[in-house]
Write a protein of this length. Structure first.
Length: 118
């Protein structure tokens, strides 16, 4: 059974940092693009960071650029999201995803809540 399991969410004050991790199992993810989506209450799910399968090139939504960093460890089947300078608008459920085309993921994690207090 293929699974993605996120960890590291929680409550943090504005200006603080959190590190999300996502561990994959059931198959190798090194040949898939991986990314992080988030969904705030009442809003659509959006892709905020992604990392390619081959070159490891990264991309970010404008809302997190310069504050968030995505990385992956193919040997461990993991992808991480370092979130710095958090603001209340970052409050959302964060989902790890993987797929040949990251905008259409084949696999999703269950989500982890991140809450940033003022």
């Amino acid at each position: 059974q293929v699974q993605l399991v996120e960890s590291g969410g929680g409550v943090v004050r504005a200006g603080g940092s959190l590190r999300l991790s996502c561990a994959g199992s059931g198959r190798t993810f090194s040949n898939l693009g991986m990314g992080w989506f988030r969904q705030a209450a009442g809003k659509e799910r959006e892709l905020i960071a992604h990392i390619s399968r081959r070159t490891g090139s990264t991309g970010y939504a404008d809302s997190v650029k310069g504050r968030f960093t995505i990385s992956r460890d193919n040997a461990k089947n993991t992808v991480n999201l370092q979130m710095n300078s958090l603001i209340p608008e970052d409050t959302a459920v964060y989902y790890c995803a993987a797929g040949l085309v990251i905008m259409r993921p084949n696999y999703w994690g269950q989500g982890t809540q991140v809450t940033v207090s003022p």
